[in-house]
Design a protein around this ligand. Structure first.
Ligand SMILES: [Zn+2]
Length: 422
């Protein structure tokens, strides 16, 4: 038809150019419309639902529902446990499921297999999903908090301390808070140590309740500090407040000590860690005094070097270890002051050996400390060692009486061994 129209050569050229332009535009538009990105959008992969729920203390359940035009062939759960660490660790779980266009999967994190996680721990998680059409989707990170929903928790906050409790009135929690704040103040005065991050204290109404919250409860567990999580869990009945105060101070001090010294290279000698907690509690309880006096009299003190390792599980040795740790820390604070103790903690924070830190700050190692500390005991009570030495039979008798007294106190106290193992 075109050829039948009489047109000039110039007009024909213009027309052809216009037609080429139109064709180019059409091709361009077609390419845009059919580009791979646009093609994929037509085959959609969507997340229908993602959720998690905690069954404290045993497991966390995660579930996901997704749909796509193509078979969903790959689902992975990624999670990170929030805790103090030098390198964040993300776990990746390959979910086993039958591929399909609509999938509904769930997976349970068995907390027993990760050694248990303390109350209040936050777990960040997200999913990645892929289908056979090459689509991939990642969900936005979400959080699940490990709460013990068996109890109706209330909380009060002061400074960096949050106390959670569910039995007893507000004054009960307030008294524990006042105790905690006073202990922190005294600790800062005596040692320069202070909290660097907020901590949570969970007050269970009894040791039985507390044990019900633990995956591996041990008979003696009355309180525990989860130092890397900044969390303490203690069983304190409102009727047992005095004991509870000591327990709160002791475990809270472990959190302070940990926050002051945490480093990727090494830990603290046990005598220093436990000694600071015992010091913070205040005056040494009678039962510990008995063991200490007895060991001084019998010449059966444990060396500072031995006390750098975890303490014996045998009650008598355990009591003596705590009593000596208290005494050694008292000696360092009384003799060399707050600044030196703070310097010692800072030196450990930089990752020092036990002897190296002592040498740097005090100019003597653990053997030197052992000798100086023993000398201080002798001068503090000059009459005692001589008196004891005069009659070995009397020493034996008194030692036996002391042991009986200690055991009697222990049985009466019932919660005698709550410090053991920490
Ligand atoms: Zn302790």
């Amino acid at each position: 038809m075109v050829s039948s129209m009489p047109i000039s050569g110039l007009k024909w050229v213009n027309r052809v150019i216009k037609q080429i332009r139109a064709l180019a535009l059409a091709v361009f538009l077609l390419l845009v419309v059919l580009s791979p990105a646009q093609l994929q959008a037509q085959s959609e992969l969507v997340i229908i639902e993602s959720s998690a729920s905690a069954q404290f203390p045993t497991s966390i359940g995660f579930s996901l529902a997704a749909e796509s035009d193509d078979d969903i062939i790959d689902i992975r759960l990624h999670y990170t446990v929030e805790r103090e660490a030098f390198a964040e660790v993300t776990s990746e779980v390959y979910i086993e499921f039958d591929p399909g266009t609509s999938v509904d999967v769930s997976w349970s994190l068995d907390l027993r297999r990760v050694g248990g996680l303390p109350l209040g721990t936050v777990v960040d998680y997200w999913w990645t999903v892929a289908d056979a059409g090459g689509n991939q989707v990642a969900t936005a990170p979400a959080q699940i908090r490990l709460d013990d929903n068996r109890y109706d928790w209330r909380s009060i906050t002061e400074g960096d301390v949050i106390i959670y409790w569910y039995e007893g009135d507000e004054s009960f929690a307030q008294e524990l808070m006042t105790t905690a704040q006073a202990a922190l103040e005294r600790l800062a005065e005596d040692t320069g140590a202070h909290l660097k991050e907020a901590v949570g204290l969970y007050i269970y109404a009894s040791i039985q309740d507390l044990q019900g919250s633990m995956i591996f409860p041990q008979e003696w567990t009355g309180g525990v500090a989860f130092t890397r999580y900044g969390t303490i869990a203690i069983g304190v009945a409102p009727s047992n407040l005095e004991w509870g105060k000591r327990a709160v101070i002791h475990e809270l001090t472990h959190l302070v000590t940990h926050q002051m010294t945490f480093n990727p290279y090494g830990g603290l000698p046990t005598w220093l860690n436990e000694g600071l907690s015992m010091h913070a509690e205040g005056e040494l309880e009678v039962i510990y005094q008995v063991y200490l006096i007895q060991a001084i009299a019998q010449g059966s003190l444990i060396s500072v070097r031995s006390l750098a390792s975890p303490f014996s599980a045998f009650p008598e040795q355990s009591y003596l270890s705590y009593a000596q740790s208290y005494s050694i820390v008292e000696f360092l604070i009384d003799e060399y002051g707050q600044e030196s103790m703070l310097e010692l903690l800072n030196t450990f924070q930089q990752g020092s050996s036990y002897d190296g830190a002592l040498l740097k700050v005090y100019g003597f190692d653990m053997d030197g400390l052992n000798a100086r500390w023993r000398d201080s005991l002798a001068t503090a009570a000059p009459a005692e060692p001589i008196e004891w030495q005069m009659s070995p039979a009397l020493i034996g008798l008194l030692a036996a009486m002391a042991t009986l007294l200690a055991l009697g106190l222990a049985i009466l106290a019932e919660d005698w061994a709550w410090r053991r193992g920490r």
